[in-house]
Structures are given as structure tokens and as C-alpha cells.
Design a protein around this ligand. Structure first.
Ligand code: SF4
Ligand code: SF4
Length: 127
């Protein structure tokens, strides 16, 4: 038995219908790593070279005391610095308890890393 011919996708028509229902297209969140300002991360790397060992496993975030209520995440702090983003709001949630340091499989002194980052911000006059 012969299969019915496939109809071409009507993407434009579908898009118009989505907009009619109140949907919008989000701005792309793609980051051009060649263009972002990584100067803050470079300053941090100079005094905390261990930050380069981070493999973004998330153990620090999973154990963070402040994470559930403040959004603090060492993993996210490091990834955000690589993307040139401001992380001051996250740092303010840290209680410096040191639990993240105890669980880091790469042996990064994450607590000290946070302190160093605060010091850099302070020296820049932005904390
Ligand atoms: S636990 Fe260590 S290696 Fe894992 S994301 Fe945190 S800082 Fe990076
Ligand atoms: S030192 Fe800060 S980031 Fe690390 S577990 Fe404690 S509150 Fe979370």
C-alpha cells in the first residue's frame, strides 16, 4: 500500500499562531566567550590558582548551607566569572561555614576563594 505524501512543515504559520496565544521568542542566551570580560576571573586565578581545577561537579552547591535560601552556589560563581558576569549578589549569601571546601573532590579551598573574591571586589570599590 502506498504511503500518503508528507506535508511540508508550516513553520511560519505555527509561529504566528504561537504569538497569537501570547508566546514570544526569548533572546538567545548564548555567550561568546571570546568577547566577555574575564578580568575578574584572571585576578582571582592569580591569587587562587585552584579555581582552574573546578570541574563544575556541583558538590559544593549541593552541600551549601546558604544555597537553598540565598541562591549561593560556588559552582555558579565560578561559571559566572568565566562568562564575565557579576556575582556580588551571590557572595552576600555566603556564611563562610566552609562545608563546600570539605566536599570539593578537586581539593579547592572554596571558602578562601570566596574571601579572595570579596577582597578583589572591595579593592575595586564595588563591594
Ligand atoms: S565541588 Fe569543587 S570541583 Fe565541584 S563544582 Fe564545586 S568547586 Fe568545582
Ligand atoms: S562557605 Fe559559603 S558557599 Fe561554602 S557551603 Fe558555606 S555558605 Fe555555602
Amino acid at each position: 500500500m502506498r504511503k500518503p505524501a508528507q506535508q511540508p512543515l508550516k513553520s511560519t504559520t505555527t509561529l504566528v499562531r504561537m504569538i497569537d496565544f501570547g508566546f514570544t521568542l526569548s533572546k538567545s542566551s548564548a555567550v561568546d566567550l571570546g568577547k566577555v570580560d574575564r578580568s575578574l576571573l584572571q585576578k582571582l586565578e592569580a591569587i587562587e590558582p585552584g579555581v582552574r581545577k573546578c570541574m563544575a561537579c556541583g558538590s559544593c552547591t549541593a552541600t551549601c548551607t546558604a544555597g537553598p535560601w540565598s541562591g549561593m552556589s560556588v559552582r555558579k560563581v565560578i561559571l559566572s566569572l568565566e562568562r564575565g558576569r557579576d556575582v556580588r549578589s551571590m557572595l552576600s549569601g555566603c556564611m563562610l561555614c566552609g562545608k563546600c571546601t570539605m566536599v570539593c573532590p578537586r581539593g579547592i579551598n572554596t571558602r578562601h576563594l570566596i574571601l579572595s573574591l570579596c577582597r578583589i571586589y572591595k579593592e575595586e570599590g564595588s563591594l
